[in-house]
Design a protein around this ligand. Structure first.
Ligand code: DGT
Ligand code: CA
Ligand code: CA
Length: 562
């Protein structure tokens, strides 16, 4: 709202954003910090000065913030939801409000239906249809939340439940445990001797907005982040069976139960029972698979995509793990649209124990991301060279750039610059609406050029926001196999690209993958785990992923390609 009112207050706006980010990424709840140290403790937080600390205090004390309320009165627009629509920023939303009275997505749909938006200055027919597409995408998300948002919430709740002293054990189940890219609701399982007290504890958790249903051993609540959460309270002797059942998915469970029946057992969420009705397993999940003669598999595989058949033959692959990852090959800095410097990113990578880090700021065509022209690349390159020396022995630094693939499949940088790079990362960022044949030709031509090593987020989709590029992926993967070009698994929670289903498709080809974070600030480096989860859901092994290679072997891989 500040931006709508006066663009020139950029520094003030930035201060708010910075403070918001600090609070969002705190290890401790800001209310606890305030309770312990008052306004002084707030002012010690990075980016929080006196005036912001006072506003935070006002909010903690009263649940309101006058400045915000005043703005809200002045601009009664549901900016939060409207700006979720791809291609709609705050200023544009304000123009829609001023000229058409659009306050929310419903109003916007009506205005589009009456073809009013296209008549506005600066909008036109094309942007009207873009907005309509954006709304459809948003709504087809069906209220499913990104794993990157749901999982940290579930983990925080589990931590608090454990700390309550009321639980012997607490675990995440459901799609969140299977690490599906989006989740419909959270499922938590708790062993407790006092379900009633546990229920009351859950009700009072700060994360909880209200109760939906409350039974003796199950409570369903609405979370403030906009998600439902089922918490089931169990006894120790059936915890494993419940874990197996509620991790799911449903189709996997149905198959497992059929196997149990064939072997004269009965399987349900309470345990595995023999013909006489005696419980033969139930406390641990692993026992159930074992007694049924199946090899155990991690939850990421349990989607009924052939894993049970493999488990019968004891041929479950050994999946790649987060600990196998040695480095990160997709990193942005202040040289393009990142918000931290090279050196800040390097230090963060060292803290995470990475053996190497590859820098990939944008090239010039990506002007929205402040991409580098040739002369800026020279500076970037020189700074990388000096940092390589400075950090010798602590971390290996690789030089690259996220180079735009132009409409005709050529790259945005010339040969001379490309040759300076340790590897070339390329991607499509512009002209996203080409028909399938042209789009595929464009990417395949690039892959066949011999100039690239890796394609970043190959489909360019944004989950719930933007559909994937219209590509014939079989042709893309075939070309990648023939030319030894690596496909990226981008770990950014909104991207996860390639996603699990496309990885499964890609596995039919002899391809290598790289799991990268695409970090735009130091805190993004922790997203690596989401890429690994996605790779596991695609059944990838360590050998399939090039950044599990130690630095020397990785360099040999790139050197072989010339
Ligand atoms: P979601 O919430 O849509 O992201 O997906 P899930 O997998 O978390 O599904 P949810 O929350 O409805 O149920 C959690 C698990 O409980 C599910 O993965 C498998 C199990 N489950 C639920 N309903 C049934 C059922 O009717 N039969 C069987 N065998 N299992 C079920
Ligand atoms: Ca669920
Ligand atoms: Ca559920």
């Amino acid at each position: 709202m500040m931006a709508i009112e006066d663009e020139t207050r950029i520094f003030e706006i930035r201060a708010y954003k910075k403070a918001a980010l600090t609070i969002e990424t705190l290890q401790e709840d800001v209310e606890d910090i305030y309770a312990k140290g008052g306004i002084k403790a707030l002012m010690e937080l990075p980016g929080v000065g006196k005036s912001l600390a006072e506003k935070i205090e006002e909010y903690i004390k009263t649940g309101r913030m006058k400045k915000y309320d005043d703005y809200k009165k002045k601009y009664p627009i549901d900016l939060k939801n409207l700006t979720q629509i791809q291609s709609l920023g705050a200023r544009k939303a304000f123009r829609l409000y001023k000229s058409l009275g659009v306050r929310n997505i419903g109003d916007l749909k009506k205005a589009i239906g009456k073809k009013k938006v296209r008549k506005l200055k600066g909008f036109g027919e094309k942007s009207e249809s873009e907005l309509a597409k954006g709304i459809t995408m948003l709504e087809s998300g069906g209220g499913r939340m990104l794993l990157g948002k749901a999982l940290p919430e579930a983990e925080a709740m589990i931590r608090k439940i454990k700390e309550s002293g009321l639980a012997e054990r607490a675990e995440i189940a459901g799609s969140t445990r299977r690490r599906k890219e989006t989740v419909g609701d959270l499922d938590l399982l708790v062993i407790t001797k006092s379900p009633e007290k546990m229920s009351t504890f859950i009700e009072k958790m700060r994360e909880v907005e209200g109760i939906i249903v409350k039974g003796q051993t199950k409570i369903t609540v609405r979370l403030r982040i906009g998600l439902n959460c089922d918490v089931r309270m169990l006894e120790r002797k059936s915890f494993g069976a419940a874990t197996q059942y509620f991790i799911g998915n449903k189709a996997h469970n149905v198959k497992l139960r059929q196997i149990a029946i064939k072997k004269s057992y009965k399987l349900n969420e309470y345990g595995l029972f023999n013909k006489k009705g005696r419980r033969v397993a139930g406390e641990e999940e692993k026992e159930i698979y074992e007694i049924l003669g199946l090899q155990y598999m991690e939850p990421e595989m349990r989607e009924d995509r052939g894993e049970i058949e493999l488990a019968v033959q004891h041929k479950i692959p050994k999946l790649v793990q987060l600990e196998d990852i040695c480095g990160d090959l997709h990193i942005h800095t202040t040289y393009s649209d990142g918000s931290d410097t090279m050196e800040e990113m390097i230090k963060a990578a060292i803290t995470l124990g990475r053996e190497y880090i590859g820098f990939t700021d944008h090239s010039k065509s990506e002007y929205v991301a402040k991409g580098m022209n040739d002369s800026k690349f020279r500076k970037y390159s020189a700074e990388l060279d000096s940092l390589k020396k400075k950090y010798e022995g602590r971390i290996k630094i690789l030089k690259s750039a996220e180079t735009d693939i132009l409409k005709d499949g050529r790259l945005d940088f010339g040969r001379k610059i490309l040759e300076e790079m340790d590897y070339v990362l390329a991607t499509i960022h512009t002209n996203l609406n080409m028909p399938q044949k042209e789009m595929t030709d464009r990417l395949v031509r690039c892959i066949e050029s011999g100039m690239v090593d890796m394609i970043a987020h190959p489909t360019d989709r944004l989950i719930n926001l933007r559909p994937p590029l219209n590509l014939d992926l079989d042709r893309v993967f075939q070309a990648a196999q023939d030319n030894g070009v690596v496909m990226e698994i981008d770990s950014f929670p909104e991207r996860l690209d390639l996603g699990d289903e496309n990885i499964i498709k890609a596995r039919e080809y002899k391809l290598k993958f790289a799991i990268d974070t695409d970090s735009h600030r130091t805190t993004h480096m922790g997203f690596m785990r989401y890429g690994v989860y996605t790779a596991k859901r695609g059944w990838l092994k360590k050998e399939d992923v090039i950044n599990t290679l130690r630095f020397g072997d990785l360099m040999k891989h790139f050197a072989k390609r010339g």
